[in-house]
Design a protein around this ligand. Structure first.
Ligand code: BJ8
Length: 420
């Protein structure tokens, strides 16, 4: 680990803050993840990736940078990773899921800001994230008001932010606007990397990301079995790692794990007994290391079988066609694909409700838990319509990253699960 210290120092990491973070993480991981029973063997790789999240992976990024590759950070699943790969870049998701640097963050952000935003600003202000520090460019987007305004501040702090406009409607005009934005992003990425996107490189980027999404979809489908072959916590972890691991290696490891899960299903092996109540979660994203709700549910006698979330289905929902003959056509296909993501920042957003219904049915869920991060207006508002249209027992959870309400949430989840 000694050479990591030097690496972190060179990146400008605040070693004292960073040490506290790593220690806290190791403890929580032990307590939440490693204490689970009947985990698949294939989870060993993902445990390893987590243990080396600030070590080996950062080393890989820095080595790639030495060879001229650019590292590009993103905060939202509307930013096309395929285009980043097409300029030979590396894409890393930077949303943050821990209460770090909140005192600092609250000096620059309103108190009533969602914790996801407070966390990425807090991570920056306390200099604890080697990913943020490794990035050559941070791509923000105009989704919710909080993020939009936070990127202005993040740019003051880093001078590296580029914001792409994401429309809020699904009209023809909005589609045109989004397409134009992807062309502008292409220019920015080409300028940064010195690499022009070609039909071949775009196809290659699309292929890599398609394979990753297919593997994640395969994993989701396997969660439909009873007994569930994998815990919701482990599936969540894999979905979180999808945002920063090497995509080709990651895909291979997810597929290997899925092979194992298929074997388990054949033999009737599960993480919990057959007949364990099955919970489906919908709502805000779960940025790493936000494991709170899954942990509460899975220690309350249920198993989480799926997530309609950006760390979940909204990330891997649709593939991009791989046969096109110009860069322009390829980008058009990307724009179409990305606008099939149904985030609550859009209005109207009825497709999201359809997605939730279909997923809950496919995954044989018995109850839906609606998760929103406190002060997240878009998802809090949509809860009303989702509840009205879902014909399943429904529990709404409005929480934040603190551990203060864990006892209360556990009581509510237990009571809910008992009724299923
Ligand atoms: S596509 S969900 S990743 S915008 S939780 S910061 S919405 S106040 S994260 Fe998101 Fe893209 Fe949509 Fe997905 Fe704002 Fe809500 Fe906070 Fe949120």
């Amino acid at each position: 680990a000694q050479d990591y210290v030097k690496m972190w120092q060179d990146l400008g990491i605040n070693l004292e803050n960073h040490d506290c973070l790593l220690k806290a993480l190791a403890d929580i991981y032990q307590q939440i993840y490693l204490s689970q029973k009947n985990r698949p063997e294939g989870m060993k790789y993902f445990d390893f990736v987590i243990s080396e999240a600030h070590g080996l992976r950062i080393k890989e990024l820095l080595e790639a940078k030495k060879q001229g590759k650019k590292v590009i950070g993103t905060f939202c699943v509307y930013v096309p990773e395929e285009m980043i790969l097409a300029v030979n870049g590396i894409c890393v998701g930077l949303c943050a899921g821990a209460q770090i640097g909140f005192d600092e963050a609250e000096k620059v952000l309103p108190k009533n800001t969602c914790d996801l935003i407070k966390a990425f600003i807090g991570f920056k202000l306390t200099q604890v994230c080697p990913y943020t520090e490794s990035c050559d460019l941070l791509v923000g987007e105009t989704t919710c008001d909080g993020k939009k305004k936070a990127y202005e501040i993040l740019d003051k702090l880093t001078r590296k932010v580029y914001v792409m406009e994401v429309p809020h409607r699904k009209t023809e005009a909005s589609k045109e606007l989004f397409l134009k934005e992807l062309f502008s992003l292409k220019d920015r990425l080409e300028e940064l990397s010195g690499v022009k996107i070609s039909v071949e490189s775009l196809k290659e980027g699309i292929k890599i990301v398609n394979e990753k999404r297919k593997a994640l979809m395969r994993l989701e489908n396997l969660r439909a079995y009873d007994p569930a072959p994998i815990s919701g916590l482990d599936a969540l972890l894999i979905n979180q790692i999808a945002f920063y691991d090497d995509p080709v290696r990651f895909t291979q490891k997810v597929n290997e794990l899925c092979d194992e899960l298929e074997e388990r299903i054949k033999k009737g092996i599960g993480v919990k007994p057959k007949g364990t109540p099955r919970i489906f979660i919908t709502g805000c994203p779960f940025a790493l290391p936000n494991w709170k709700l899954h942990h509460i549910i899975e220690t309350s006698g249920a198993v989480v079988v799926g997530e309609e979330s950006c760390v979940g289905r909204r990330y891997y929902h649709t593939l991009v066609p791989e046969n096109f003959s110009s860069v322009e056509d390829g980008i058009k296909l990307l724009a179409e694909r990305y606008l099939k993501t149904h985030c609550a920042c859009f209005t109207p957003n009825a497709e999201r409700i359809e997605d939730i219904k279909n997923m809950a049915k496919d995954l044989k869920a018995q109850g839906v838990i609606y998760y929103s991060i406190q002060f997240c207006t878009p998802y809090l508002f949509e809860a009303y319509q989702v509840e009205k249209e879902i014909n399943l027992p429904f529990l709404k959870i409005d929480t934040n990253y603190s551990m203060e309400d864990v006892g209360q949430l556990k009581t509510r989840c237990e009571a809910f699960i008992e009724t299923l």
